[in-house]
Write a protein that binds this ligand. Structure first.
Ligand code: AKB
Length: 341
């Protein structure tokens, strides 16, 4: 079996941790892990090479591209929605210019190797923008082409990046005498909020759910920044990683769209707190809505329609709400923080 080299940007982030753990167990893969901060010890040992650097550093990216033949690029680096609202121009640079830089590296790689380079991209439910709660309630499971008027810088960046991916896959330099066709195979997933037992996200707006879990496990009270009736879709981290790997592995002819919804469960914030209360009865969870962050969450759909992912590449989550909490999240955080319930 020939060894493949894979570039992972944002390797030290939440998805990066989970993805690298799985990839390193496959065998036959050299992982080049890049992040702006130095990479955690638990991830380091699993990688072929560690690169501390910025996706805006084109010199660094070009150097990497001369030193490795990348088969696939997982471009995970991004500023999430809450952080992006605080630093919108920085977010635009990292989320959009950074993605453009990586797409250019993928093009260079495909010239060098004479083959298509897979570009796997985590987009987000933040690309959706529902105008009010009544519309959100009526919209139900939102399809990929509905309600695409995001109200956050992050959502706008993600939506535009999806379009860049489509452009680089289908229309790149279309006016050249001999347009170079099909050099990039861009595939994106619009992730819901993600909940991991191992890491805590930073700078997201769906963070209330993982924060609630980790605070409960640490036996600490939590002030949840959204209303009790708040509802957006979520997914357990192992399913998010499986989705990326499954999309990456799907035959080219099966892929019918640049980006896919994947959803699993959509409990309200109150329902989630009740599940946690049963496992961790000693701490309190209070709901003190921050109206600005609430407005962002309210503009995201209550659920998504993931029929296309199910049909095209057999997407099937393993962790339903019940299994996610009882078999993965709660036991893993109990172990992590050694809390006896
Ligand atoms: C965020 O809250 O910004 C992210 C997301 C939903 O993409 N977790």
């Amino acid at each position: 079996m020939s060894t493949k080299t894979i570039l992972v940007t944002g390797a030290n982030g939440e998805i990066g941790h989970g993805l690298i753990e799985y990839l390193s167990e496959y065998g036959g893969i050299n992982i080049v892990a890049m992040d702006i901060v130095s990479i955690d010890e638990s991830v380091k040992a699993r990688c072929h090479r560690l690169v501390t650097g910025d996706v805006l550093d084109t010199y660094l990216l070009e150097t990497l591209s001369t030193e490795h033949n990348f088969d696939t690029i997982y471009h995970l680096a991004a500023l999430l929605s809450t952080r992006a609202e605080r630093q919108p121009t920085l977010a635009h640079r990292v989320n959009v210019d950074g993605t453009l830089n990586l797409l250019e590296i993928a093009i260079t790689q495909s010239h060098l190797q004479g083959q298509k380079i897979k570009f796997i991209y985590p987009s987000s439910i933040a690309v959706y923008g529902l105008p009010d709660l009544e519309t959100k309630r009526k919209a139900g499971k939102v399809k990929e082409d509905q309600w695409l008027s995001p109200r956050t810088m992050y959502g706008i960046n993600k939506l535009y990046d999806e379009q860049l991916g489509r452009y680089y896959t289908n229309y790149y330099r279309q006016l050249d005498a001999e347009p170079p066709k099909g050099q990039i195979d861009f595939r994106g997933i619009r992730f819901p909020g993600l909940i991991s037992a191992v890491t805590l996200p930073t700078g997201g707006t769906s963070d209330f759910a993982p924060e609630m879990l980790h605070m409960a496990a640490k036996n600490m009270d939590y002030k949840c920044f959204v209303r009790e009736d708040t509802r957006i879709p979520f997914m357990a981290m192992p399913d998010a990683v499986t989705a990326l790997l499954r999309l990456q592995a799907a035959p080219y002819e099966k892929i019918t769209q640049a980006v896919y919804n994947v959803g699993v469960f959509s409990p309200s914030a109150l329902e989630m707190s009740q599940i946690l209360k049963k496992a961790f009865p000693n701490n309190s969870i209070k709901f003190l809505s921050d109206y600005r962050r609430q407005a962002i969450i309210d503009s995201w759909p209550a659920d998504v329609d993931d029929t296309a992912a199910r049909c095209d590449w057999d997407w099937k989550p393993e962790y339903t709400l019940e299994r996610a909490f009882s078999e993965y999240l709660i036991p893993a955080v109990q172990k992590r923080y050694s809390v006896k319930s």
